[in-house]
Ligand binder design. Structure first.
Ligand SMILES: [Fe+2]
Length: 401
């Protein structure tokens, strides 16, 4: 397909998306925030009248006693619990099927996810599958979950994916290694708890990678071509919080102020992408995660500065605004200079939190495969510039060790 035709098709698709998004219900966000707020969320769930809840989590959180501590208030209120703790990183439809089996045997009326993005995403698809007999593989794509889903609640134990604030869920195919996104307005969690106490024990490398994921969300929502809702204000707030607090959260994990700031930032960035979606960075990073198992935040961090350079001309004014926001430049400096200063600040933050700029897992023989998938994926996002083959191959070469 010629470049001009591809761009025309992209503008047409994004135009359609804008029309359909305007027809749907407005998203309603509800969050309990601060240390101990997961107990408040549990009291809220119990007060809503739900009597049987499926808890979706992973085994380490169960073994550490973290998940059981979170649900104490539910048990105290007499809510009957069932557990599915088999979620692994990059959940698959097999994980979903196992969770649905537990849910149906228990007769759960709501799902509570405790964990990182994998547990929250799995919980969303488990809840949807319990409310509809279709094969969930049919829902991969944009906005294909169009039916009522039982209430989903989320207690994130990392600060990055923002899944607690989005209507999307990432699912992986263990055979093809490709990642798909299932979405629909009824997959947005009814309420979440941003309980920073739960993130204080998170290892530094996970804090760094998930924090860079949140930063990527906020930047991609800020530079996209779809001016919708509160994406600018939520992105700006998230970016400022991340530049001010991520390094401290990585180096001093028990620092409550930094942890609380990062929980808030990830949530704000999630709200931003829930309105306009992600962009080129994710289009490439999803392939790196699917093919090599590179953690999502790490993959984003590898790609982010290169994609910003790739669309620097189209996004110069936005990047210049962000440079002023984080203090990487001064009023009166040329926008081109400010934009460059912001990209450099992103590189420096990545380095300060210990994330390398290249990965030894990426193989040159896979470039074409990765490039084709990334170019296809970016066409569904409101990106300022569509990835092209030459630039995508150059980005892949630049992040290969
Ligand atoms: Fe992400």
């Amino acid at each position: 397909m010629s470049s001009a035709l591809r761009q025309f098709k992209h503008r047409f698709l994004i135009g359609l998306m804008k029309i359909f998004a305007g027809l749907g219900p407005a998203a309603a966000y509800m969050a309990f925030a601060g240390r101990g707020s997961s107990a408040q969320l549990c009291r809220h769930i119990a007060r809503s009248g739900v009597r049987r809840v499926l808890v979706v989590t992973d085994r380490p959180l169960r073994e550490l006693g973290i998940a059981d501590k979170v649900v104490q208030e539910l048990q105290a209120a007499g809510v009957d619990l069932a557990w599915y703790d088999g979620v692994m990183p990059d959940p698959t439809f097999d994980h979903v099927a196992e969770g649905v089996k537990v849910l149906k045997a228990h007769g759960s009326e709501a799902v509570l996810a405790i964990g990182g993005g994998s547990s929250i995403d799995a919980a969303k698809i488990i809840a949807a599958s319990a409310c509809n007999d279709e094969d969930p593989r049919q829902w991969v794509g944009l906005g294909k979950v169009r039916f009522e889903v039982m209430p989903i609640y989320a207690v994130p134990t990392t600060s990055g994916t923002g899944s607690e604030a989005t209507m999307g869920a990432v699912i992986s195919d263990p055979v093809s290694h490709e990642k798909g996104i299932i979405s629909g307005s009824t997959l947005l969690p009814s309420a979440t708890a941003l309980d920073c106490e739960l993130t204080e024990g998170l290892p530094a490398h996970i804090t760094a990678a998930t924090g860079m994921d949140a930063l990527t969300h906020a930047i991609e929502a800020y530079i996209c071509t779809w001016d919708r809702g509160t994406r600018l204000s939520h992105s700006r707030a998230a970016i400022k919080l991340i530049f001010e607090h991520l390094e401290t959260a990585v180096n001093d994990g028990a620092n409550s102020e930094a942890r609380e700031a990062m929980s808030t930032a990830a949530y704000y960035a999630g709200i931003a992408i829930n309105q306009v979606n992600v962009g080129n960075v994710h289009a490439i990073a999803h392939q790196l995660g699917g093919k090599y198992g590179i953690p999502h935040g790490m993959a984003n961090a590898l790609v982010l500065p290169h994609v910003l350079e790739f669309c620097r001309e189209e996004t110069q004014d936005s990047l210049a605004q962000l440079a002023l926001l984080i203090g990487a430049g001064r009023e009166g400096e040329a926008p081109a200079q400010l934009a460059g200063a912001f990209i450099q600040a992103v590189r420096e933050l990545r380095s300060r939190v210990g994330i390398p700029d290249r990965s030894g897992k990426i193989r040159a023989e896979d470039y074409d495969y990765l490039c084709n998938l990334a170019m296809a994926e970016c066409e569904s996002y409101p990106v300022p510039r569509l990835l092209d083959r030459e630039s995508t191959l150059a980005i892949l070469a630049n992040i290969t060790a």
